[in-house]
Design a protein around this ligand. Structure first.
Ligand code: PLP
Length: 426
């Protein structure tokens, strides 16, 4: 059965034919046969170099042998116990080794769960209601964080999904990424009822946007000033930006940290952790209730232990990925300037994104200025040239340790071809 036939069937039984909205694009998505290394193969017989990489989870590429061989043995010892294991202790200790700010940690299964629990914990710990999030940042699809800026004043949170109650959304205040002044104003106005400031330390959900110098430090100071809990959502940056994530990279410590994606190398696992004084409020020692049948399950836990072991033993992977991303991005800039295309390229370590605008992209408003129509053409051009990137201007491309020098050369060719086609059509 080919992708079109599967899509027609899927639409009848799965809303939009996909199990997560970003996977849908016009006219229909390809359906996957399998993945190996840097490549993903569809049921129509095509092969792509993959920069979606499970939206950042596949840090080592598809089916990495160091995980696959281990997983074959792991499942034979049981899939789920509902009782604690030694590996959970080992993993908690390992996470603490990578993240000195994490004195205690709890495992969960998805990024959504980790941030939902962290926000509840911050509210339970402080006894306060309000949280600050940044426009365009995404922390998973749960009520307190599915909130966007209301029209007019940026701080007025309104639901970004139907089904989210206004009564919930109004406690989420919206600031602008990289805008210290506005954030300071909101903190000062809500100081006594502010439970948390939650931020993606590098924003990856409205394209890719780095924090400006001192933005994260300013958030640290504002949290200290107000008594709010500073939550770094490192579901994407954790272990990817550096072994100790954004906190090691930028030298700023969070009170609570959420982790996911790269931690499991593709298996569903997440974690939230931080200062013991806060974490001990989690049940059963405290009154903040958090639970999960699959939390700390042996398969994901053992896979995560293997991931962290591999990262520790292979520190060179970071510079190798960084070098490849730099090469790709520098050639995009060259191609764009040769063709006078208005393009901005943001990149950091193993992540990059191309924006169809010639102005700086440092907050959500900047991304909204880019030409979405051209991005769509670029996406389809890349597909045609056998490169799979996220189908949205508001996402980020991820390199894995499996991407080779040859992949980089092929990707540069694909970019040249697809940008030339855009130039011809405009
Ligand atoms: C920064 C960030 N936090 C949280 C999440 C939610 O993670 P999950 O999709 O595993 O629930 C995402 C998802 O992309 C994310 O990018």
């Amino acid at each position: 059965m080919n992708s079109l036939e599967l899509y027609e069937r899927a639409r009848k039984v799965i809303p939009g034919g996909v199990n997560s909205p970003v996977r849908a694009y016009d006219p229909y998505p390809f359906f996957v046969w399998k993945g190996k290394g840097s490549r993903i193969y569809d049921v129509d017989g095509r092969e792509y170099i993959d920069y979606v990489m499970g939206y950042g989870a596949l840090f080592f590429g598809h089916a990495p042998s160091m995980l696959v061989e281990r997983l074959k043995k792991i499942v034979e010892d049981g899939i789920l116990y509902g009782a604690p294991t030694e590996e959970e202790v080992l993993l908690a200790e390992k996470i603490r080794e990578f993240y000195p700010s994490i004195e205690m940690v709890r495992l969960a299964n998805s990024g959504l769960e980790a941030t939902m629990h962290a926000v509840r914990l911050a509210r339970g710990y402080t006894g306060r209601r309000k949280i600050i999030k940044f426009e365009g940042c995404f922390h998973g699809s749960h009520d307190s964080l599915l909130v966007k800026a209301g029209s007019g004043a940026l701080t007025f949170g309104v639901p970004s999904s139907s089904g989210v109650l206004e009564e919930v959304a109004k406690h989420t205040l919206i600031s602008r990424f990289n805008d210290v002044e506005l954030t300071e104003k909101i903190v000062k106005e809500n100081r006594d009822d502010l439970a948390a400031i939650i931020v993606e330390p590098v924003a990856v959900n409205f394209g890719l946007v780095e924090p400006k110098i001192d933005f994260l430090k300013a958030l640290r100071e504002l949290a200290d000033y107000s008594g709010a809990v500073l939550i770094f959502d490192e579901v994407v940056t954790g272990f990817r930006l550096s072994p100790g994530g954004a906190q090691q990279y930028y030298g700023v410590k969070a009170d609570l940290t959420t982790l996911g994606k790269a931690l499991g190398g593709g298996l569903p696992i997440s974690a939230f952790g931080g200062r013991e004084e806060i974490m001990k409020n989690v049940a059963p020692t405290g009154k903040v209730y958090v639970s999960g049948t699959y939390s700390g399950n042996p398969i994901s836990t053992k896979a995560a232990l293997a991931v962290l072991g591999y990262i520790k033993e292979n520190p060179a992977i970071y510079s190798e990925m960084k070098w490849k991303v730099e090469k790709i991005c520098k050639s995009i800039r060259e191609v764009a300037s040769d063709r006078s295309l208005k393009i901005t390229v943001n990149y950091i370590e193993s992540m990059f994104q191309v924006f169809f605008t010639d102005s700086e992209v440092s907050c959500y408003d900047d991304v909204k200025k880019s030409d979405i129509r051209l991005f769509k053409k670029y996406f389809h051009g890349m597909l045609k040239n056998n490169v799979f990137i996220p189908p949205s201007q508001f996402e980020t491309c991820f390199l894995s340790t499996a991407h080779t020098d040859e992949d980089v050369e092929l990707t540069i060719n694909a970019i040249e071809n697809s940008l030339s086609q855009i130039e011809d059509e405009t």
